[in-house]
Ligand binder design. Structure first.
Ligand code: ADP
Length: 475
């Protein structure tokens, strides 16, 4: 399982180990080279001391080189003090080494007692007449040519055990490994705590989200953490607020639907009950009541039909049956259908179209929308009033304007008229067979066409609805 915490922990530990490793490696290198340099410096210093001792020797003659007891003693003291070995080579003969003093005559040829590296260094030192420093697995050594006089030139070789030179370095190495181990443990502890502190707000967030999932929709998330997580929390909070609004509007819708559907049924029941209570009610009363019952059934039917078209519109959002339609003709057809209703109340229906307008629309849905607007203009009009439908277009949109000389909508109610079941004057709406769903259906249909609808109205003077829809459908 890939967890953020394990990943974070691994990355932190790897980075930490990398840094510790680098510092250790650089530390080792620099310390080792400083130990080596120090050892060479010591050897050279000592060789200079021996050289001084030999140069100022009174026993040096042009014939050769010899050591008196006093010098040997001094050399030995030096060897003891510095834990080194001194070797004096004259030509290719060793005249002093370790504890033995080699007589000039019985000298052992140097190459026999010297290692191949030492021999090489000796050669270089003799030929080039300068100090040669070198180290092998066993020894660090320094060869210094010393001119005793014009003829005599000897080589002073000082050597020390590699093990003793590197002893401090190895000791330090061990200590550093222990420090590294401690640092690694500290690193792991820090990484564990840090990764836990990074993950903690995410865990809190999950717990809070789970609570919301369990149904506590009203609860707001509060996580005091990094800006990024706070941003996520803000987004979730605004999402839950939206869900809450949606949920409450859904509940309101359901209760409205139940109420609206119940009203006609209640009326039917009241009418039927009152008929049943009168044992010998006259046939005219039956007839009268049945007409009322019939009207209520029709009303119920209309509510259900409107609800179905609304639900259908919601469900098939985006699934439009687009075709190129002559909008002028469509408006004319709708007006023709409404004309008899308007004529009943002597309402003048006027249609103004400046030119033929062709547009890509869903004919059924758009005609439902226009029909509702014109029907409302007639329904909420005064007798002998007028309704004017005008159609226009530019290169991008077509515009439908439905104006009437009707009762108008109070200003503070204008933005609510598009809501489901919203009716300004319930009694009047009922009278005219309104369900409060018409404008909701209209707006949905227009929005599906990527259009817009606006209302302008003045009480008792009239209302104008303007609709704007793109000529070419953009999905
Ligand atoms: P209804 O089925 O009640 O007509 P609508 O959704 O079509 O429902 O309209 C909502 C409310 O808006 C109506 O009840 C009415 O009060 C008001 N309304 C709609 N159109 C007009 C109009 N042209 N003039 C005045 N009021 C209107």
């Amino acid at each position: 399982m890939r967890t953020l915490r394990v990943q974070l922990l691994t990355v932190l530990i790897l980075i930490g180990v990398g840094i510790i490793g680098m510092i250790t490696w650089v530390g080792f290198l620099t310390h080792r080279s400083s130990v080596i340099k120090q050892a060479y410096d010591n050897l050279e210093k000592q060789s200079s001391m021996v050289a001084n001792l030999l140069i100022h020797s009174s026993s040096n003659t042009n014939k050769g080189f010899s050591l008196n007891n006093e010098k040997i003693k001094t050399i030995k003291t030096l060897e003891k003090t510095y834990q080194t070995e001194i070797c004096i080579i004259d030509g290719n003969k060793i005249v002093y080494q370790d504890n033995m003093v080699v007589d000039k005559k019985n000298t052992t040829p140097a190459p026999d007692l010297l290692s191949s590296n030492e021999e090489e260094a000796l050669k270089q030192s003799q030929e080039k007449d300068h100090v040669v420093k070198m180290h092998t697995k066993e020894k660090f050594f320094c060869m210094k040519p010393v001119s005793l006089n014009q003829e005599n030139k000897i080589i002073v070789m000082i050597s020390v055990d590699t093990a003793s030179v590197l002893a401090t370095y190895h000791k330090m190495q061990k200590n550093i490994y222990i420090i590294d181990g401690i640092l690694f443990l500290i690193l792991v502890v820090i990484a564990v705590f840090y990764s836990r502190s990074v993950i903690k707000p995410l865990k809190e967030l999950t717990t809070s989200i789970n609570r919301i999932t369990d149904g506590f929709l009203g609860e707001k998330l509060t996580v005091d953490s990094y800006t990024e997580i706070e941003d996520v929390v803000d987004s979730i909070n605004s999402m839950t607020t939206k869900l809450e609004t949606l949920e409450s509007s859904r509940q309101e819708f359901v209760s409205n639907v139940s109420h609206e559907l119940k009203t006609p049924i209640t009326s039917i029941k009241v009418l039927a009950d009152s008929l049943l209570q009168q044992e010998d009610a006259p046939a005219e009363l039956y007839r009268e009541f049945l007409v009322d019952i019939n009207a209520e059934i029709e009303r119920e039917n209309k509510i259900i039909t409107d609800l179905l078209s609304l639900v259908k519109m919601d469900k098939t959002a985006g699934v439009l049956n687009i075709a190129t339609i002559n909008i002028s003709e469509l408006c004319e057809q709708i007006m023709k259908r409404i004309k008899p209703i308007a004529a009943d109340r002597n309402i003048n229906l006027i249609f103004e179209s400046y030119r033929t307008i062709m547009a890509e629309v869903d004919e059924v849905k758009l005609s439902l929308a226009i029909n509702n607007l014109i029907e409302n203009a007639v329904k909420y009009n005064y007798d002998n009033g007028w309704v004017r439908v005008s159609l226009n277009a530019d290169h991008k949109f077509f515009y439908i304007k439905v104006s009437d000389s009707g009762v108008g909508i109070p200003e503070d109610e204008q933005e609510n008229v598009f809501e489901r079941f919203y009716r300004v004057d319930k009694a009047r709406s009922r009278e005219t067979g309104g369900t409060g769903l018409g404008l909701s259906i209209t707006r949905n249909a227009i929005l599906m066409h990527r259009g817009a609808i606006k209302v302008y109205s003045k009480e008792k003077e009239g209302t104008t609805f303007t609709v704007r829809i793109p000529l070419n459908y953009v999905s």
